[in-house]
Design a protein around this ligand. Structure first.
Ligand SMILES: Nc1nc2c(ncn2[C@@H]2O[C@H](COP(=O)(O)OP(=O)(O)OP(=O)(O)O)[C@@H](O)[C@H]2O)c(=O)[nH]1
Ligand SMILES: [Mg+2]
Length: 469
């Protein structure tokens, strides 16, 4: 197990300290100290009713932080002791709640460092929780996911990961594979002796069933991605149809410039919104048309890139005039991406014209009639966006959902190895070959929870954390 390797085990010798609250002024700010000397360090700088080593664990204590050399009072604080192993890091941990000023917090931290602590690296508290075995790697990653969650649903998903739902599922696959591997090893080692021969068909079936489970889990990745990063909704259409007006109306703010001049928007503009709990990244683009203007051409190039990355397109047409071939061409072009047709400017389109345009577009199910200017039909459009996202992510709150690319990558490799193992079994190849692939699958699955993971990967994961977490 490489996470128990030299680099990471040696860091546990140090006692670390950091300001755990964000930079800037606040009501309170917290300095955290973790490691075997944290009680000793706190004792040198905290003056309360009793010395720190006589304080009860998990209770809040009032006192003062003083300069360890001069005795000068730095701040009036509340100190909480969390003795190992019942702490965030599973080590002795001290939390000092100070007044939330940057100078005060820095001075308290300085005192901790002067008395023997070292400044913590980003994510090092969580890293320790992982190395000490309190949480596994996917749970450690969920801590960052909770902090970064943008919506209720994203938060719910992150909290489930933190609780260990994903770990539990992944570990159940591991257990099954370990069992299969053990039986294969027996077959390899004792094939000459008097043991019952391996039932190869049964093993193949078991592997296939895990493969199917992995496939199901992998299929949830897109749902998870939408919950975490938002549904990427790109507004496209000819110049002047009201794309920027629609963006502003959906965001309820004047984000993009709107003018009666076609070709106003030259660059891509994007903004996050929250539609009924679904995070949406709304993107306004330059009007799509044949142009010789260099800036506009560049804008259209960017529009194409955004279109290719969209989860959903809003294809806007101006229904106050007749839909023309250019509109229809664009509709053909968006073809394979999911899209909704938005008939804009219904406030000035005559009913006859609107009906005629509807007929030309031929797709009542995906059509929304709106006025970006007056606000008509926007709620319905939002509803349609939300329900099409539901089709993309099947609106599951039950079951485990994958949301991390790292997990997806590891599980995809596991699935591939199991596929190979199954093939070898069917071809009646010797159990050594099968065992090799099962082992590769097991290792890849183990990466998710951190059973098999290199220092490089750990470095990368934890460097993306904030300091003090
Ligand atoms: N009456 C009416 N006018 C609208 C509506 N939506 C947009 N407009 C007007 O149409 C003109 C163009 O609007 P924009 O939002 O700039 O259109 P656009 O599609 O972003 O245009 P480009 O950026 O040039 O491609 C402006 O004068 C808007 O006020 C609407 O629903 N009703
Ligand atoms: Mg525009």
């Amino acid at each position: 197990m490489q996470n128990q390797g030299k680099t990471y085990i040696s860091v546990l010798e140090d006692t670390i300290a950091a300001i755990s609250t964000p930079l800037g002024e606040g009501g309170i700010g917290v300095v955290r100290i973790s490691g075997k000397d944290s009680v000793k360090i706190a004792e040198k700088i905290f003056k309360g009713e009793k010395p720190v080593n006589q304080l009860p664990s998990h209770r809040v204590n009032y006192g003062e932080i003083v300069d360890s050399e001069t005795g000068e009072v730095i701040d009036e604080v509340l100190l909480t002791l969390f003795l190992a192993p019942k702490s965030y890091t599973a080590e002795d941990l001290v939390e000092i709640s100070c007044h939330g000023g940057q100078l005060v917090l820095t001075r308290v931290l300085e005192q901790a460092v002067r008395c023997g602590a070292r400044l913590a690296e980003p994510g090092e508290f969580t890293l320790r929780a992982f190395i000490n075995g309190r949480i596994d790697l996917s749970q450690a990653e969920a801590v960052a996911e909770v902090i970064r969650a943008k919506t209720d649903l994203g938060l719910k998903l992150a909290l489930k990961h933190l609780k260990g739902d994903l770990s539990e599922t992944v570990n159940s696959y591991r257990d099954k594979l370990i069992d299969i591997l053990a039986r294969l090893e027996v077959e390899i080692d004792f094939s000459e002796e008097d043991v019952e021969p391996l039932d190869k068909d049964k093993v193949a079936k078991e592997i296939e069933s895990i493969e199917k489970d992995l496939e199901g889990l992998l299929a949830t990745y897109n749902e998870g991605k939408i919950l975490r990063e938002g549904l990427n909704v790109v507004i496209v259409g000819k110049p002047n149809v009201g794309k920027s007006s629609l963006l502003n109306a959906l965001l309820q703010e004047d984000r993009a410039i709107v003018t009666p001049i076609p070709g106003t928007t030259r660059d891509v503009i994007s903004e996050f919104a929250n539609f009924k709990g679904i995070p949406v990244r709304l993107v306004d683009t330059a009007g799509y048309r044949i142009s010789k203007d260099t800036i506009e051409l560049e804008g259209i190039k960017r529009t194409k890139i955004e279109m290719s990355e969209a989860d959903l397109l809003l294809l806007v047409v101006d229904t106050s005039s007749e839909i023309d071939q250019e509109d229809l061409d664009l509709k053909t072009q968006v073809g394979r991406t999911r899209y909704l047709l938005v008939l804009n400017k219904i406030d000035i389109g005559t009913p006859d014209l609107i009906r005629k345009n509807e007929r030309r577009l031929e797709e009542p199910a995906t059509m929304a009639k709106v006025s970006a200017l007056k606000g008509d039909g926007l709620d319905k459009l939002k509803g349609m966006i939300v329900s099409s996202s539901r089709q993309l992510r099947k609106d599951r709150t039950e079951g485990v959902i994958l949301s991390s690319f790292r997990h997806k990558d590891a599980l995809s490799r596991a699935k591939r190895s199991l596929g190979l193992a199954k093939k070898s079994l069917k071809k009646k190849m010797s159990p050594e070959f099968v065992a090799l692939d099962v082992k590769a699958g097991l290792d890849a699955i183990g990466e998710v929870v951190g059973k098999t993971v290199t220092d490089d990967i750990l470095n990368k994961i934890f460097s993306e954390f904030c300091i003090g977490k």
